[in-house]
Design a protein around this ligand. Structure first.
Ligand code: DUC
Ligand code: ZN
Ligand code: ZN
Length: 476
């Protein structure tokens, strides 16, 4: 009979499909047995009273990403994955970003150098494509997709990142030929530029006006355009960080027509509103991100889309800039106009706890949907399933054991990122990860890191083969 390295006994297993009571036998970092009354292990973990879920997959976060404008991300692969581990996440997928004029392969190689030996949990790379030259489209991307970098993000806004519609079509056609997954940042650049100039001419430059410049209509238009371009080419796309009903309606419309359009949202669109950008002095800069958080009606629409299956993925979009830092939010000083504030908020460590407390405990979504949104669907969409994202024989033993009743108050001083604030300071939550394992190794216990840098391994992603989204039908 197999002797296990580790046995997790008496827990309640939750997957994207089921919940049931069983023990888990782990050998060489993988799950090798599921059943009742398993015995014989070097280490036994008693999960009595705990929920045992797949470790979280944060499929949209930014770590140590070179930016080129003088701003510096606070988190590298060490602090970012430490924070992830302490929050119950065992896989992260940040972005190897191409600078305009740079080869995509060079961007990927540079990102390997930045990550090598630093991560506490496993990681894959998306790419960001900003310069789709013929070499990139015909040589680099096809090869990189084959080699395990099967997803990439494109932008419809930001001057240094955006593609025009013709370029988007070329990129989508390449993705169709090669089987890549295209993630789209959908905001209309000209609408934002127009509104920014208008607001500035009226002296409206405080952080709050970021939320007016990045109008929900600009998001809706770009979402619809991305969908139309993808329909023209007949290729799946995923719209990232959707903020409210305008863009949700476009995605639901596309899904209703049978198009393979997937949607992602993030904690900030559930927990924050534009009011959070409207604070004393420059404080609102802490919540400047794009798209911006909207209003309570938008929060409600986002909840509904999580519940009814319009969204498949719940990510943090962790984009870590220190507040009190000339390389962070104060890059251009405390009086800087909103459009000079680096975009992004931290969220790697709080992502799961927020969705668990606000969604599962408050009965807006059930626990299986929580697992689908935070682990199983991202694994499927980005080609990591079934190695990651589920609890099954043969899968990596990436597990997070939750006390569904434990209370906690979010305090930045207790988080493990390198950012000097959290937008959720003081938020009271129910439910927290007590123990997290990545490939069978305990990486955090009681919210504290338990493993050294270098435990995390790079993961190659297969070509994604996700199920067709079912829109307002339940499930994935
Ligand atoms: N918006 C992005 O597109 N990426 C990082 C952070 C942000 O606010
Ligand atoms: Zn984006
Ligand atoms: Zn992002």
């Amino acid at each position: 009979m197999t002797r296990f390295d580790t046995l997790i006994k008496n827990g309640r297993i939750i997957t994207a499909a089921d919940s049931y009571d069983a023990d888990i036998g782990i050998k060489d970092g993988r799950i090798v047995a599921l059943g009742q009354g398993l015995e014989g292990a070097d280490e036994v973990i008693d999960a009595q009273g705990l929920w045992v879920m797949p470790g979280g997959i944060d499929a949209h976060c930014h770590l140590d990403q070179p930016l080129g404008d003088g701003a510096v991300m606070a988190d590298d692969f060490l602090t970012g994955t430490r924070s992830a581990a302490c929050g119950g996440t065992t896989t992260v997928i940040p972005f190897a970003a191409q600078q305009k004029g740079q080869s995509l392969r060079a961007a990927v190689e540079d990102y390997h150098r930045r990550s090598e030996g630093k991560a506490l949990v496993d990681y894959a790379f998306h790419m960001i494509v900003t310069d789709p030259t013929e070499t990139v489209l015909k040589e680099e991307l096809p090869a990189l997709i084959q080699e395990g970098y099967s997803s990439f993000k494109i932008y419809l806004t930001y001057d240094d990142l955006k593609l025009n519609d013709r370029e988007v079509l070329e990129v989508l056609a390449m993705a169709r030929r090669e089987g890549g997954m295209v993630m789209v940042h959908a905001e209309n650049a000209d609408c934002i530029a127009y509104l920014t100039e208008l607001l500035e001419s009226q002296g409206k430059t405080a952080p709050y006006f970021h939320s007016e410049a990045h109008s929900a209509i600009a998001e809706r238009e770009a979402t619809h355009r991305a969908i139309s371009l993808a329909e023209l080419i007949d290729v799946p796309i995923l719209i990232v960080h959707v903020s409210g009903p305008e863009a949700i309606e476009q995605i639901r419309w596309a899904q209703g027509r049978g198009l393979r359009v997937y949607g992602e949202t993030c904690p900030q669109y559930l927990m924050l509103t534009a009011e959070d950008l409207d604070q004393e002095g420059f404080e609102g800069a802490k919540c400047v991100c794009s798209p911006p958080p909207r209003d309570p009606k938008a929060q409600e629409a986002v909840w509904q889309a999580l519940e009814n299956g319009v969204f498949q993925v719940f990510s943090s979009d962790h984009a870590p800039f220190r507040y009190d830092d000339p390389q962070g939010k104060k890059l251009h000083g405390e009086d800087a106009a909103f459009h000079h504030v680096p975009n992004g908020i931290p969220g790697l460590e709080t992502r799961l706890a927020i969705l668990f407390s606000e969604g599962v405990v408050k009965q807006r979504i059930d626990a299986t949907r929580f697992v689908a949104l935070t682990a199983t669907n991202p694994a499927k969409i980005y080609g990591l399933y079934p190695r990651k994202g589920t609890i099954a024989i043969g899968s990596d033993a990436d597990l997070t054991l939750w006390d569904s009743e434990a209370k906690m108050t979010v305090r930045n001083e207790a988080l493990h990122h390198a950012v000097d604030y959290t937008p959720y300071e003081g938020l009271e939550l129910t439910g927290r990860p007590m123990l997290t394992l990545c490939r069978g190794r305990v990486v955090s216990r009681g919210g504290e890191p338990m493993v050294d840098a270098g435990h995390g391994r790079f993961l190659k992603c297969d070509k994604p083969q996700p199920a067709r989204p079912r829109g307002s039908a339940k499930g994935f």
